[in-house]
Unconditional design. Structure first.
Length: 66
C-alpha cells in the first residue's frame, strides 16, 4: 500500500467516525426533543387539573361549603 493510499484510508476512516458521531448526536437530540414534548404535554395536563381544582374550589366557596 502506498503512502497516498494509507492517507486516503485514514481520511476515510475519520470521516466515517465523524459521520457516526454526528448520527448519534442527531438521534440523541431527537430523543431529547421527544422527551421535552412529552414533558410539555404532562405540564399542560397538570395545569388543566389545577385549573379545574381552582374552579371547583371557587364554586364550593360561593355556595358556602368551603
Amino acid at each position: 500500500m502506498t503512502w497516498q493510499q494509507e492517507i486516503d484510508e485514514a481520511v476515510y476512516n475519520e470521516r466515517e467516525r465523524a459521520n457516526a458521531a454526528e448520527k448519534r448526536a442527531d438521534e440523541a437530540e431527537a430523543r431529547a426533543d421527544e422527551e421535552k414534548s412529552r414533558a410539555d404535554k404532562a405540564e399542560s395536563r397538570a395545569d388543566e387539573a389545577k385549573s379545574r381544582a381552582d374552579k371547583y374550589e371557587k364554586i364550593l366557596k360561593e355556595h358556602g361549603l368551603l
